[in-house]
Ligand binder design. Structure first.
Ligand SMILES: *Cc1c(COP(=O)(O)O)cnc(C)c1O
Length: 364
């Protein structure tokens, strides 16, 4: 590894593509003859406006985003969207339908409850088996007055991914893609809103990207706090106040990096190939086990266990000593987790697997 860097399996903030970091380094003191660093620039300057416009245009191209969708860059991470979504989509007698598949959908449900109260319906859940599968959502009971159906498309902590979207019976689909954003092609018109915090699979922490169909940007009750309204951000081109300029700049670089790589179809192939290295190992290991049913396994976040807490802790220490960082599972579930986002090279996964094999051989 160059620069003495380690293979970093953090769930977020997470590893970044090295060519992107190198470009940022090269532009740090003087961005393209502007005489300043991007973090010193006015967000109202021509040079920054161009950075933001290009970032949006490149994202639109990568995801093939139709013209009737807005792309918003909003601070407050994905967590603020847990509140903004119900506040902006609620109609007077409307209901919100949520599917509970793990820690992040659970958090979103708790927040939407503050807005919807008893009109929030959890239509399906995999809580019965500790969030190890995606429930069958092909024929849910969805009331006519439903404002939207909500899913977390990749559960970062429990390691689940939706491979087939729920049948919303014609209602608006809202998806939290934080930990899978740009990991595979996505048909944007299947959704009303796609959003995600960018610090998992794209850039630095502190911002969410919200892709929202224009008709869902409504004129809200004038007492709604101004910053919580999608129309505020949409009408101001995501610059109602000072945006997270640095984050927009870095995300823009990652979009270009993905375009150069060949786009999301190519990225998906790489991700499938890379995750297979790890899952094949788990399936053949006598010591380590994956926790999720095979069909719903995430390509991004892989939780696994030995079945013995003390041994799990030993694995964390062992891998850390060998130069692999952040393999401890989330504090709410324990065990181990390897997050292998877009920027994790296949060599990193192969090296980790070798290390785990060695541990297993030593602990027969
Ligand atoms: C990390 C994460 C969040 C929360 O993101 P913040 O930017 O920290 O608010 C929400 N949803 C998912 C799926 C996540 O992985």
């Amino acid at each position: 590894m160059k620069y003495g860097r380690t293979y970093n399996f953090s769930a977020g903030p997470a590893t970044m593509p090295e060519p992107v970091l190198e470009e940022i380094r090269d532009e740090m003191m003087n961005y393209r003859g502007s005489g300043m660093c991007v973090m010193e620039m006015s967000h109202r300057s021509k040079v920054f406006q161009q950075i933001a416009d290009e970032a949006e245009a490149d994202l639109r191209e990568l995801m093939n985003i139709p013209d009737n969708y807005k792309v918003l860059f909003i601070q407050g991470g994905a967590t603020l969207q847990f509140s903004m979504i119900p506040m902006n989509l609620k109609t007077p007698n409307g209901k919100a339908v949520y599917i509970e598949t793990g820690a992040w959908s659970k958090k979103a449900i708790a927040e939407a409850k503050r807005v919807y109260g008893d009109n929030l319906i959890v239509a399906a859940s995999s809580k019965d088996k500790n969030y190890t599968y995606i429930p069958d959502c092909s024929d849910l009971d969805i009331p006519d007055e439903t404002d939207y159906v909500y899913i977390c498309e990749n559960e970062t902590i429990h390691g689940l991914t939706w491979n087939k979207l729920p049948n919303t019976k014609g209602h608006v689909l809202v998806s939290d893609q934080s930990s899978m954003f740009l990991s595979r092609p996505c048909n944007v018109s299947d959704y009303g809103i796609i959003y995600g915090g960018v610090q998992k699979n794209i850039g630095p922490a502190g911002m969410a990207i919200v892709i929202i169909r224009e008709d869902l940007i409504k004129d809200l009750d004038p007492n709604t706090p101004i910053y919580m309204r999608y129309d505020t951000h949409a009408n101001a081109g995501s610059m109602y106040n000072t945006p997270n300029c640095w984050c927009i700049y870095v995300c823009g670089k990652v979009f270009k990096y993905l375009k150069n790589l060949g786009g999301l179809g190519e990225m998906e192939k790489i991700n499938i190939d890379k995750a297979k290295v790890f899952y094949d190992f788990l399936d053949s290991s006598k010591l380590f086990k994956g926790t999720v049913v095979a069909k719903d396994r995430s390509l991004m976040n892989i939780p696994f266990v030995t079945g013995d807490k003390d041994l799990d802790a030993e694995v964390v220490a062992y891998t850390k000593a060998a130069g692999f960082e952040n393999l401890k599972g989330h504090k709410s579930v324990g065990g181990l987790r390897a997050s292998i986002y877009n920027a994790m090279p296949k060599e990193g996964v192969e090296a980790l697997v070798e290390c785990l094999k060695k541990f297993e051989a030593e602990h027969k």
